[in-house]
Design a protein around this ligand. Structure first.
Ligand SMILES: NC(=O)c1ccc[n+]([C@@H]2O[C@H](COP(=O)([O-])OP(=O)(O)OC[C@H]3O[C@@H](n4cnc5c(N)ncnc54)[C@H](O)[C@@H]3O)[C@@H](O)[C@H]2O)c1
Length: 248
């Protein structure tokens, strides 16, 4: 049993995919969840499903932190997006935006909530990294850079937060069945002139030993574990859910 009754959680990018699953799982454990997303309709819908609070914010704008309450106990840094292009064609402004949303926003958010967590002597930071926080793939320079940076940020938070009862960990999945991946499947099918099933089997699942996509709920379960009582000694780690990808 993971009991988070009375805890106040913030999940970024909670309008879809992994973030939505995390919001649902934390709410099921009793936490009140702030559903943060740039997509107002999605944020409102998920918040209504879990009796949470929607917050419409663009994480590439640093002042989003004004919407974050100082009484936050749990942060799931999840919002993100992908852009696939060779480095010589990668738009610099997209590279910069990926780093803003996926590295600077987690830093700003954690910077905002840590003082309150330190005062209360309890806090949980879970950073949704990726197998691409641990391994590289071609054509994903910004995403791979951002996720490797997030892994470093997470470890630093762990070291600073430990004396104050705050843990910080990365959860690092391979391909999860979400809109982000569904879009990549479509794009790659077009680029390679092959079917969607072939993209999944021949390209996405090639490095993994377990030949299926991960479900968002499987990621959310690990996030809930890290926030619950049994996760209290786990900090500064990166937990791959990658079907054996990084075993190679
Ligand atoms: N899907 C995968 O295979 C996979 C694998 C490993 C890691 N991840 C990571 O998990 C996280 C969630 O991915 P997902 O697959 O659920 O994607 P998704 O596209 O389903 O959801 C991402 C959410 O983030 C929101 N978002 C994007 N930019 C934002 C911004 N600037 N401000 C506020 N909200 C913003 C979107 O509106 C969306 O609701 C990302 O960090 C992603 O890198 C995904």
């Amino acid at each position: 049993m993971i009991d988070l009754a009375g805890r106040r959680a913030v999940v970024t990018g909670a309008g879809s995919g992994i973030g939505r699953a995390c919001a649902h799982r934390l709410a099921m454990a009793g936490a009140h969840v702030l559903v943060v997303d740039i997509d107002a309709e999605a944020a409102a819908k998920v918040a209504a499903e879990i009796s949470g609070t929607p917050v419409v914010a663009d994480l590439s704008e640093p002042d989003f932190v004004r919407a974050i309450p100082s009484g936050t106990d749990i942060v799931v840094n999840n919002a993100g997006f992908q852009h696939v292009a060779p480095i010589e064609e990668f738009p610099p402004e997209v590279f910069s935006k990926i780093l803003k949303v996926m590295v600077e926003a987690p830093f700003l958010l954690v910077r905002e909530v840590l003082p309150g967590m330190y005062e209360r002597g309890w806090g949980r930071i879970v950073n949704i990294s990726s197998v691409h926080g641990l391994r590289a793939s071609p054509y994903k320079s910004a995403y791979v850079t951002a996720k490797h940076a997030l892994e470093g940020l997470s470890k630093t938070i762990a070291l600073e937060g430990a004396p104050h009862g705050v843990t910080s960990n990365c959860v690092s999945p391979a391909y999860v069945r979400t809109p982000l991946v569904e879009n990549q499947i479509g794009a790659q099918a077009g680029t390679h002139g092959i079917g969607r099933d072939e993209v999944v089997e021949q390209i996405m699942l090639a490095p993994a030993a377990v030949k299926r996509l991960i479900e968002p709920e499987e990621v959310a379960e690990l996030v809930a574990y890290l926030c619950g009582p049994h996760g209290s000694f786990m900090t500064g780690t990166s937990l791959p859910i990658d079907g054996g990808w990084t075993a190679r």
